[in-house]
Write a protein that binds this ligand. Structure first.
Ligand code: NAP
Length: 375
């Protein structure tokens, strides 16, 4: 693994904090220089180096109490205009990091050569991969080729390009749809690859699973400090409110808002309202990503969720109350309900000291306010 200046500086910080003193720091510096000479840079084909943490013994096990991301790090957030990427960019900026971004018009992340050249040019300390081709059931089942190929291309470009540029730290964002359709609830990370996927988004899920394996392979073969996280359903500022393509929560916000504005006395929703789902505010997700970037260095993906679910009926009632819709909710039970329950087991994440901070009703109210300001 090529260790750039900032990653090395963070390692030095940890060495000092561990109380091993200047002599150890200097020794480490020599070791890093020696390794750089030997390695000839990442991707040089001269054989993998053991990761810095193993060679120094600074970070034992999966986690570290000292930040793995150096202070004032330069972090490339891929997909910074999206729901997730924009929240992660806000969070990292608030934490004092420098967020590097590149719009799709200037850098199409499917283009591996252009992405590698960009990453070599800017040489960030870390990369957060929040760029993806994302869509609902309809889009996924109509365009499986694009969902498979574009996501594979983006992942190959960004993860491979980051390694070739010597980036020391990377967080890859997947999705809870990677888990088998009938996984036991709440879904633990160990459920991965234990059963058939939901057929409607199989192509997307397989691309994301390939991303997890890609990250694990860079760890295994090159000792890269790359990690994966699997978020639950997200909502918040930056969400998509287009009724054709949006997820359930923003769709409900829009439908109830319009019904209230038009003075309607009934809104009909699909299904029975009984399926249970989990929702996390995207700012909580971003806080969890910051915790993972700072403390987690394990091979296994980490679920990100709030650990609690509610029925779609309860969600609809909350959204109706927030948006001021006082009419009746009707349920069209001729329409499909989908999986009865989808809740992530978040014990791996909470064991790192993270917990969600935004109650669902408050988060929906803030998101509603944000959307009204935009529209
Ligand atoms: N939203 C959720 O509820 C949710 C839940 C779980 C996991 N996730 C995961 O989080 C990640 C991000 O999702 P999101 O909801 O933030 O999606 P999003 O709002 O659609 O954002 C995706 C971002 O990726 C960018 N992008 C896509 N293809 C690109 C390309 N070829 N070149 C450059 N940029 C490209 C988009 O750029 P443009 O702005 O130019 O289109 C956009 O900024 C995905 O991996 C998704 O699976 C999301």
């Amino acid at each position: 693994m090529r260790v750039d200046g900032r990653f090395r500086a963070a390692a030095h910080g940890r060495t000092r904090a561990a109380g091993r003193g200047r002599a150890r720091t200097v020794a480490l510096d020599r070791e890093v220089r020696r390794d750089r000479g030997r390695a000839g840079g990442a991707g040089s084909g001269r054989g993998p180096l053991r990761p810095l943490r193993e060679r120094t013994g600074i970070i034992g096990g999966m986690t570290s109490s000292l930040p793995l991301l150096p202070p004032n790090a330069r972090v490339f957030v891929a997909g910074h205009r999206g729901l997730v990427g924009s929240a992660v960019a806000r969070r990292l900026t608030a934490d004092g990091h420098e967020v590097l971004t590149r719009g799709r018009a200037d850098l199409d992340l499917r283009d591996a050569a252009a992405t590698a050249a960009y990453l070599k040019d800017v040489r960030p300390d870390a990369v957060v991969l929040a760029a993806a081709k994302v869509g609902g059931i309809m889009a996924n089942s109509t365009y499986p080729v694009q969902f498979l190929e574009e996501n594979l291309q983006i992942q190959l470009s960004v993860i491979g390009g980051a390694h070739a540029a010597g980036v020391g730290r990377l967080l890859f964002l997947g999705s809870s749809c990677i888990y088998p359709k009938l996984a036991p609830q709440p879904i633990h990370e160990d459920a991965l690859l234990t059963g058939p996927l939901e057929p409607t988004n199989e192509a997307y899920a397989l691309a994301k699973i390939a991303g997890i394996v890609q990250v694990q392979s860079y760890r295994k073969q090159y000792g890269a400090s790359y990690i994966s996280a699997m978020p639950t359903n997200l909502y918040g500022p930056g969400d998509n409110f287009d009724l054709e393509t949006s997820h359930v929560l923003p769709a409900l916000v829009r439908r109830f808002h319009e019904a209230a504005a038009e003075g309607r006395d009934e809104v009909t929703l699909w299904g029975s309202g009984t399926p249970r789902r989990e929702f996390l505010h995207v700012d909580d997700l971003a806080a969890a990503c910051a915790v993972l970037l700072n403390t987690y260095d394990g091979d296994e993906p980490v679920n990100i969720g709030c650990g609690e679910d509610l029925t779609i009926r309860e969600l609809a009632e909350t959204v109706a109350e927030v948006t001021g819709f006082r009419g009746r909710l009707a349920w069209d039970t001729s329409k499909p309900d989908g999986t009865p329950r989808k809740l992530l087991d978040v014990s791996r994440l909470t064991s790192l000291g993270w917990k969600p901070g935004i109650p669902l009703r408050d988060g929906i109210a803030a998101t509603y306010e944000w959307w009204r300001e935009q529209s």
